[in-house]
Design a protein. Sequence first.
Length: 94
Amino acid sequence: MQLGRVTGTVVATTIYPGLEGVRLLIVQPLDRRLNPSGRPVVAADGVAMAAPGDVVSVVASREASLALAVPPGPVDHAIVAIVDAVGALEGGAS
């Protein structure tokens, strides 16, 4: 699981059967200080309400296809949560 920030949406003219209605969003991975880290990815919106600017939790690989309400399909990344706040635990590394 990784944090990311939604930066945009993807419009597809052709989509895999079974993924109709699933929104595809561009997500910029973030490090623990919420700075951009790595290249943006396209993620299926598993929560069906993420929007540009939201900090989200993203899963990858097999877990991504299992996170969607539709039967597993060709999905590499999926948004599984919208993050309300990020903070360090007391006594832990920040």
